[in-house]
Design a protein around this ligand. Structure first.
Ligand SMILES: Nc1ncnc2c1ncn2[C@@H]1O[C@H](COP(=O)(O)OP(=O)(O)OP(=O)(O)O)[C@@H](O)[C@H]1O
Ligand SMILES: [Mg+2]
Length: 580
């Protein structure tokens, strides 16, 4: 019920359309309900040999009723279906903004395919509920109540007799309610599993090809699909019993009505017209009785959809700011003060007492073995995660007191696995700042060493990346990602192994560009290759989440620790490379 309530505001927003839709529906229903009454009067006056004018009057009434019916039906279609589309539109927009606001911690627990399924399949179920579902529900309830009222008005004794099968119908109905919901839930969950499977396969298609896993995956998919059919059939099974039972109940009611009503007419207890009208109302009941089954289907799907979409809405970002709203100067020192961290749900601590000050405008080099915690430290600075203890301070103030947007605007981050969007190179670099000046983009491209690459592309800056355009090399991707970060002119630049795919000449060029054009920018450079950080003002070696050595290059070489031996082996490898 709470899930349904969460969607009320969406309906509230379009209450005019909603009310107009319902109004049109009620008008159309009233017209349908008047017809048997009209036929009753018509039949009842027939034995009195009415005049042609009188007969024509009835014909005209019927014609008018049909006209109003047409307008009413048009009205409810237009308003209710329009309303459901608008609600879908709004929910989808809100869902998307909400998804953007959620943080890494949450995404880590989600599957892309499942999220996509919620945003498409479940949302469709919600739309169908708000359009067709509510419509049929109100239609069915109104017609049932009115038709039964009319039947009671015509002859209540006959009505009571006709409804003898009713208790059986109700028992049937309520025993199905639970079962249908359960089975629907299973179908929708399974559908998201299938979407997830397809999504994962498409993303990893190259690996699948490389490992010749096509047949394997095809079989897995076939099994999933078969399971899906099975689960759907289980829903159909229930309906297979439910719908015919309803029809049967109406049939039995019709039988009783013919038998008892016929006898009443012979006994002159009711008029022939009343008898015909009574049966007319009874027949009117058959559609809503079956409609209820259908509405039930839609409602169940809609409610399951709502609870699944609402789960996303209820998730809230765990990263918030403590609200001093301070925005640091561009020349602020950065201090990482005793931070400890382990990933949620993991037992091993990834960072242990990291303590380091990075004076403004200096460069810090970070080296360390695979999995030693370098990337994790970078993520802490961006507040993808918050430390379990300790703090990160810019100009003496905790970054937790900064609005997230300001913090992330402050930092230019090139992640270890750069992600580029399937749009033009320009949009990838400017990312959201479409009114960027041409000369500024050109300058950044030059600094990132992309000028000659761009010249070889068909549309230069406008060249599309991905599906519709060029496929970039690892090094090109890294440099575009670097350009994107530099374009923000951030006071703090974090490069996470961002030169790993570049040759040493290009690396040298970029490092010297950074030194010249981003002289005042504080830099944190993570690298496996020592040549990248050789010139840094300070270098730390991270081992198992803590700093094991610290100093500049010559100091570290002198102290003869891990850094020195790493340097020696890398130098040796480089010399060997030259000789070979
Ligand atoms: N999202 C995550 N959830 C749980 N554990 C993680 C997560 N990301 C990384 N880890 C773990 O944290 C440890 C440190 O990972 P991190 O990525 O920081 O290492 P790294 O030093 O950057 O390694 P590399 O040199 O390979 O880039 C590893 O043991 C890794 O398994
Ligand atoms: Mg890393």
């Amino acid at each position: 019920m709470n899930n349904l309530k969460a969607f009320f505001p969406y309906v509230q927003k379009y209450r005019r359309e909603f009310l107009l839709g319902i109004f049109s529906l009620i008008v159309a229903d009233c017209m349908t309900l008047v017809v048997p009454l009209l036929i009753k009067e018509f039949i009842d006056i027939l034995p009195q040999k009415p005049s042609v004018e009188l007969l024509l009057k009835y014909v005209l009434y019927l014609f008018l009723i049909s006209l109003v019916l047409v307008v009413g039906r048009y009205g409810w279609r237009k308003y209710m279906f329009g309303l459901s589309r608008k609600i879908e539109f709004d929910v989808l927009n809100d869902l998307f903004s909400h998804l953007l606001s959620l943080d890494r911690l949450w995404y880590q627990k989600q599957k892309t395919g499942d999220l996509m399924s919620r945003a498409t399949n479940d949302l469709r179920a919600i739309r169908e509920f708000f359009g067709l579902g509510i419509l049929i529900l109100i239609d069915a309830v109104f017609v049932i109540v009115m038709a039964v009222t009319m039947m009671v008005w015509i002859n209540y004794e006959l009505t009571l007799n006709v409804f003898i099968p009713l208790p059986i119908v109700s028992i049937l109905f309520f025993s199905f309610v639970k079962e249908i919901r359960k089975r629907h839930e299973a179908v929708q969950e399974h559908l998201s599993k299938i979407t997830g499977h397809v999504q994962e396969n498409l993303s990893g298609i190259r690996v699948l090809h490389a490992f010749v896993q096509e047949e394997n995956e095809k079989n897995k998919f076939e099994n999933l699909n078969q399971e899906y059919i099975k689960k759907n059939l289980r829903v159909t099974q229930v309906f297979g019993i439910f719908t015919p039972s309803m029809v049967f109940a109406i049939g039995v009611a019709g039988m009783i009505s013919l038998w008892m009503g016929g006898r009443s007419v012979i006994a002159d207890e009711i008029t022939l017209g009343s008898f015909v009208a009574f049966n007319g109302y009874l027949m009117l009941l058959s559609w809503p009785m079956m409609g209820i089954g259908y509405v039930f289907n839609l409602t169940q799907k809609g409610l399951v959809g709502m609870s699944r979409v609402n789960e996303i809405f209820l998730a809230s970002p765990s990263i918030s700011y403590r609200g001093e709203n301070f925005i640091p100067d561009t020349n602020s020192d950065l201090k990482i003060s005793g931070i400890r961290f382990n990933y949620p749900g993991e037992t091993q601590e990834v960072l242990k007492e990291i303590d380091i000050t990075i004076p403004c405008g200096t460069a810090l080099g970070i080296v360390g073995k695979i999995g030693s915690g370098k990337t994790t430290l970078a993520r802490m600075l961006l507040r993808f995660y918050d430390p379990d203890s300790g703090d990160i301070l810019i100009n003496g103030k905790s970054i937790q007191e900064m609005p997230l947007k300001s913090l992330r605007d402050y930092i230019g981050y090139v992640s270890q696995e750069p992600f580029l969007f399937s749009t033009s190179i320009r949009n990838n670099i400017a990312l959201g700042r479409e009114n960027a000046s041409e000369s500024e983009i050109e300058r950044i491209i030059k600094i990132s060493g992309m000028t000659s690459d761009l010249e070889s592309f068909p549309d230069h800056l406008e060249t599309m990346i991905g599906e519709k355009g060029v496929t970039l090399s690892g090094g090109q991707k890294q440099r575009i990602a670097l350009a994107r970060a530099l374009f923000k002119k951030p006071p703090l630049l974090i490069l996470d192994d961002s030169f790993s795919n570049l040759d040493s000449a290009m690396e040298k060029e970029l490092l010297s560009n950074l030194k010249i054009y981003f002289k005042d920018t504080t830099k944190i450079i993570i690298s496996h290759r020592l040549s990248t950080i050789l010139d840094a003002d300070n270098i730390i070696v991270i081992e198992d989440g803590s700093i094991s050595e610290q100093g500049n290059h010559s100091q570290l070489i002198k102290s003869g620790g891990i850094y020195a031996s790493l340097f020696q082996s890398q130098e040796l490898a480089r010399e060997m490379d030259i000789i070979l």
